[in-house]
Write a protein that binds this ligand. Structure first.
Ligand SMILES: [Cu+2]
Length: 146
C-alpha cells in the first residue's frame, strides 16, 4: 500500500515536472515577428517620408480599390510632380500583384491617388512604391495583412 502511494506521488511529480518544463518552453519561445504594418515610413534612402491610406475603408479581398499616398520631403514639405512605380505581391507566395496600380491624380498637399489595387487572396501583401521627384529616386515597401 505504501509503495503504491509512493508510485502515485512519483507519477504526479513527473507530470508536474513535464507541465512546468513545457510551460517554460512555451513562455520563453520567441514570438514569431509579424511584418511591420506601419503606414507611414521613410523611403529606404531617407529622401522622402510617405504615408498611405485606403481611400474608402480597409481593403477587402478581391475588391478593386484605391489608396492615397502622401509624399513629403524629409523636412515635411509636400512633394509635387512625383513619378510613381507601383509594384508588390505576396512575399510568402512568390507572386506579384494581380493588377497594375497607377497614380491617377494629384490631390494637392503632396497627396496622390493610386488606383487599381487588388488583393486577390488573404494573407501578407506588400505594396512597393518607387518615388521619383526633384530630390531623386527612392522607394519604400509597405506591408498589409488581409
Ligand atoms: Cu498569394
Amino acid at each position: 500500500m505504501a509503495s503504491t502511494l509512493r508510485l502515485i506521488v512519483g507519477a504526479v511529480g513527473l507530470v508536474a515536472l513535464a507541465i512546468g518544463f513545457l510551460a517554460a518552453v512555451y513562455l520563453t519561445a520567441p514570438v514569431a515577428p509579424g511584418p511591420d504594418l506601419a503606414r507611414s515610413k521613410s523611403t529606404s534612402k531617407g529622401l522622402y517620408s510617405l504615408s498611405i491610406a485606403p481611400e474608402a475603408g480597409e481593403p477587402q479581398q478581391g475588391q478593386m480599390h484605391a489608396w492615397v499616398i502622401t509624399v513629403k520631403t524629409r523636412q515635411g514639405a509636400p512633394v509635387e510632380d512625383v513619378r510613381f512605380a507601383v509594384g508588390g505581391g505576396m512575399p510568402k507566395h512568390s507572386h506579384g500583384l494581380p493588377t497594375n496600380p497607377e497614380a491617377t491624380a494629384y490631390l494637392g498637399e503632396g497627396r496622390y491617388r493610386i488606383e487599381g489595387v487588388k488583393f486577390s487572396m488573404p494573407g501578407w501583401w506588400q505594396l512597393k512604391f518607387g518615388i521619383t521627384a526633384a530630390a531623386g529616386a527612392d522607394e519604400a515597401i509597405f506591408n498589409l495583412v488581409l
